[in-house]
Design a protein around this ligand. Structure first.
Ligand code: ADP
Length: 399
């Protein structure tokens, strides 16, 4: 079976053509600068080939067409024609409370996702445009939506309710939703496989630490608590996002600097996090390099990020009344041995201890726990595309 996985952003579109059963990736790539000019990077893992093209992409429709042309091209294609694609799986960020699992896309589903636009104004419109653009060029190919929020729909009300008047939940759907669900789902299942134990009997804390970061408590395979909230702004400090702050700061900044609400929200979304604290960069590689050269604010940004992540791991464990394993994934979690070590440094009291030699790795699935640790610490590269492809195949086969 050949499944095309599409992940549409506001000005970008990532794709992967893969077999969900053998996990073979036939081709993968990225359209960037959609709406500006347009650039396609197309890779074929089997022979390591990489192609780059400048292609006009005024809208996502041209980007999808460029992907189709690349996949079927005589020189660098991997399929003869589009009929070889059995189905398309779309990543969708926000499904509100409507979908607790992946679904076949119909007009009713698109309508429901449109209703969620106010909940994710930066993400959902692009996801819907991606779906529509694919439907246009592949009108007869089944499409499936896989939602970032779905995995967290198992959270109990005590975890998702904010302490504000209840009618804002019942009338306006203001609640904690949580994101990165596909990633938390994938790494928790891999963790159970690595530990050789059924997921149903495990308490796992998964740490997706990338440009956006979130921690999730997974009890018996189900998400029961997560750090992101109504939007992906909540929880941990991130590359440019502030994470959880005292909301009174918003009003105070508006008053003292004569800023509009849009300006303050822009600061909290795009100029805060480790970029705002360090003044160096939103990328941890730059911040770690600056800290190594003695930049105190870069060091503070790292200390703050690690400290808050440490506390989140402990509170996620408390939400489950225990912990069997902690998992690190995504850009920082997979690559930075220093940050992993600093995050778990104060968690020895809970039985979390890592072996420095085993921790000195990046991007591989491995157990980095110390010999005397009572909680396993695992490094697991995430693979959201595989989950999307497998869910798509399952629904298309009617399983
Ligand atoms: P996204 O959330 O956009 O999917 P990723 O999961 O790819 O992001 O994570 C990207 C981030 O990972 C980068 O911004 C950078 O901060 C961090 N990162 C990547 N490689 C390293 C590394 N070797 N050391 C430290 N941080 C890294």
């Amino acid at each position: 079976m050949k499944i095309l996985v599409i992940n549409t952003g506001s000005s970008s579109l990532k794709y992967q053509l893969m077999d969900p059963d053998t996990q073979e990736v036939f081709a993968q790539g990225l359209c960037e600068r959609i709406g500006i000019d347009g650039r396609l990077t197309h890779k074929i893992p089997a022979n390591g080939a990489k192609y780059e093209f400048d292609i006009a992409m005024p809208t996502h429709a041209e980007a999808i067409q460029a992907v189709m042309d690349a996949l079927t091209s005589a020189e660098h294609g991997v399929i003869k024609n589009m009929d070889e694609i059995d189905a398309v799986g779309h990543r969708v960020v926000h499904a509100g409370e409507t979908f607790a699992c992946s679904v076949m896309i119909s007009q009713a589903v698109i309508d429901a996702l449109e209703e969620c636009i106010p909940l994710a104004p930066l993400h959902n419109p692009a996801n819907i445009v991606g779906i529509r653009a694919c439907q246009k060029v592949m009108p007869n190919t089944p499409m499936v939506g896989v939602f970032d929020t779905a995995f967290h729909q198992t959270m109990p009300p005590r975890a998702f309710i904010y302490a504000i008047p209840y009618e804002y939940y019942t009338k306006n759907h203001v609640r904690r939703y949580g994101f990165h669900g596909t990633s938390h789902y994938y790494v928790s299942r891999r963790a159970a496989d690595m530990l050789g134990r059924p997921i149903e009997e495990l308490k796992i804390v998964t740490c997706h630490l990338g440009n956006g970061s979130s921690v999730c408590a997974i009890d018996g395979g189900k998400s029961v608590e997560t750090s992101m909230g109504f939007t992906p702004l909540d929880g941990l400090p991130m590359g440019t996002r502030c994470g959880a702050i005292d909301v009174s700061i918003i009003d105070y900044l508006m008053q003292t600097h004569h800023l509009s609400i849009d300006e303050v929200m822009d600061i909290l979304n795009k100029k805060s996090g480790v970029l705002g604290v360090s003044g160096v960069s939103s990328d941890f590689r730059d911040i770690e390099a600056a800290a190594a050269q003695g930049n105190e604010r870069a060091k503070l940004a790292i200390d703050m990020f690690c400290y808050k992540t440490t506390k989140r791991i402990a509170s996620a464990s408390a939400a489950m009344g225990g912990i069997d394993a902690v998992v690190f994934t995504a850009g920082i979690g997979e690559n930075s041995a220093e940050l992993r070590a600093q995050i778990v440094e104060n968690l020895g009291f809970m039985g979390i201890k890592i072996d420095p030699a085993k921790n000195n790795v990046r991007g591989v699935e491995t157990d980095i726990s110390a010999a005397d640790a009572t909680v396993r610490t695992l490094l697991i590269p995430t693979n959201e595309e595989l989950v999307i492809a497998q869910d798509t195949a399952r629904l298309v086969r009617g399983e």
